[in-house]
Design a protein around this ligand. Structure first.
Ligand SMILES: [Zn+2]
Length: 245
């Protein structure tokens, strides 16, 4: 091989190596340790694509929408078929601005699952069954608490509604996933503060009406804005759950 070709080949190998080297901080001396692994997600966010087909959503999630580039880790078709677009270990761009409890960069902390759904139709049983299988796999492999499965609308109540009022959260809870009020929690104690409970559960309260709409979508299947006695019972049941070890 001529010297020039050899040098060019060596340079390419070096460049390839650099492209895969993890970024290092020039403020510190690099003394690498072999004892590390990928960062672990601690939350799962359920979305509805609000589009017409898997084909359309696979395109959007590999390019972008009007707001810019978007992605999610998984997409599940109405027939239950699963697609993975981003490795679990990497940060997909599915959540956008929002928060859940103390998690303020939701994309960094979560796995995003899109469900093929036009935003107005019920979710077929095959799709929910497939989601439950995936949730079990993700919670098991990554050690994600099974209650840490929420709606996009929960973390971004002023911007998002998905997966919407038709998503079967009760069925998911019966399968062991997502927050659901303890059945034996009893009545809320005197002076029970529903707003504090909403905050403790995770809801961002910058816009209280939007937070209540999100809470109602998730736990009551409607989008009203007034808290009532039944809400207090549900919130008390959820708070009891949160105090459990
Ligand atoms: Zn979404």
């Amino acid at each position: 091989m001529p010297l020039r070709t050899l040098l060019a080949a060596s340079l390419l190998v070096l460049l390839a190596a650099c492209a895969h080297a993890p970024p290092r901080n020039p403020l510190a001396q690099w003394v690498p340790s072999p004892n590390h692994g990928p960062r672990q997600p601690i939350l799962i966010v359920i979305h509805a694509t609000e589009q017409d087909s898997v084909r359309q959503s696979l395109h959007t999630l590999r390019t972008g929408n009007r707001g810019g580039p978007v992605s999610s880790h998984y997409l599940i078709g109405r027939d239950g078929r699963r697609y993975q677009l981003v490795s679990d270990e990497l940060r997909a761009w599915h959540a956008g601005p929002g928060s859940w409890g103390t998690i303020t960069d939701v994309n960094s902390a979560s796995i995003g699952i899109e469900l093929d759904n036009d935003g107005a139709s019920p979710f077929p049983q095959a799709q929910i069954d497939s989601l439950v299988v995936l949730l079990d796999d993700l919670c098991r492999r990554h050690g994600i608490p099974r209650t840490q499965v929420i709606a996009h609308g929960d973390l971004a109540p002023t911007r998002k509604r998905d997966p919407g009022v038709l998503f079967p959260w009760k069925q998911l809870a019966d399968a062991g996933f997502g927050p659901w009020p303890a059945a034996d929690a009893g009545e809320p104690p005197p002076g029970f503060d529903p707003w504090l409970a909403l905050r403790v559960i995770g809801y961002p309260l910058q816009d209280r009406d939007a937070a209540v709409r999100a809470f109602h979508r998730h736990f009551r299947g409607n989008e009203t804005e007034m808290l009532d006695d039944e809400d207090a019972r549900i919130l008390h049941g959820l708070s009891v759950l949160n105090r459990s070890p």
